[in-house]
Design a protein around this ligand. Sequence first.
Ligand code: EPS
Length: 368
Amino acid sequence: MLTYSTAGESHGKCLITLVEGLPHGLSIDEDLINAELARRQGGYGRGGRMQIEADRVEVLTGIRKGRTIGSPVTLLIANRDSRIDSAPPLTQPRPGHADLAGMHKYGIGDARDVLERASARETAARVAAGALARLLLSEAGIDVVGYVRGIGPVEIASPKMCADELRRARDESETYCPDPDATQRMKKEIDAARDDGDTLGGLIEAIAFGVPAGLGSHVQWRTKLDGRLARAVMSVQAIKSVEIGMGRNVAAARGSQVHDEIVPDESGRPTRPTNRAGGIEGGITNGCPVIVRAAMKPIPTLMRPLRTIDVQTGKPADASTERSDVCAVPAASVVVENVIAFELAAAVVERFGGDSIDEMRRRLNPSA
Ligand code: EPS
């Protein structure tokens, strides 16, 4: 079973990722992991913190001479802004943040203990896990591309591009959106929100290309791949909805407009002219690209603060204003892409298994 956990606080010493279940002999490309971390730090709308950090992984365990040795892999990302002991208390909880809910949970009057872990800084560790898993995914010919479809009121249709085109167009955009014109409009919206002391959310989409049929399983609720993807994506900080394929649009459409008809190709094999299901039926991949969408709420730290109370005095107050991002949707698209990559890699390990990468390769390509 391929699993991961993270540890670490926003202003603690470091973040840690612990990945268990990688097969023996997988060669590890640290540059690829670091490139994903750098991409997560970027994107138009980020705040001052990203000028301080320069995220890179340090391999602590599980790798010898650039290859996995079958034991748990631990990666460390150091925090430069490491000042958790001197960071000020937070007594004016921000609406929409974990601050007040966490204060209730622990019975404390200072949200610092909560926000340090709730912070989206933790997503750097998730990206490291996903980037590691992508090395395994590429063995199975699966390529995941995440991008931004919307920021605030600006939204584009789902792009009809192949993986390479999509990645190239996305990488040229400061908002990680494959449409250059929409990128400019998104930047204007972010500038306007910053000028108003406000924040912006948006719409993220990820497509997994080259996914073989048969990943995931219909037999138990926890084995259904759509459920596993939804859980992974919904757990990313600030994500409020997850959709697969047509998503919520299935509700108003008729069956004939929702289901993908099955027709024979030239060799008589079943194929589908449409992919409204987003590549998953009955919790199992059907051989079409897997399409996942997520809506991200605007960041709760507003420079023009919302109303709250000071929990020390019980009096009305302005919510705490800390240095923060105006819009982190581009960064979150990197996180969504990588958590999806991890779940797909876990499903690949489950289906094709093998203690070593050589064994897995033989199962992936029995005729080779
Ligand atoms: C975050 C607040 C900001 C963000 C942070 C998430 O950090 P700080 O309070 O240090 O300025 O920059 O995101 C990251 C550090 C990151 O690596 O993405 C929050 O409160 O969630």
